[in-house]
Design a protein. Sequence first.
Length: 92
Amino acid sequence: MILSDTQLERHLEDLKEWKIKDGKLFKEFKFLDFDKAFEFMSLVAIMAEAMDHHPEWSNVYNKVEINLVTHSEGGITQLDIDLAKQIDSKYL
């Protein structure tokens, strides 16, 4: 079920530096170098696969941008919030 604007606002209070951008949950992560960024992406990939919920993301050198949305529901759901929290737990 898609979260309402009110529900999203409440969840954003608990999510550090995540915001809504183009209808998706968005955050940019910065690392010391490419190796650290890739290590982070590898950890997130394993976690996302276990949740069967995969991020839209991009990587340029030390920067990783992540967008979360539940395509099958057509918006942001609790699954995206849960994945965002898990991602934050892996941020080095």
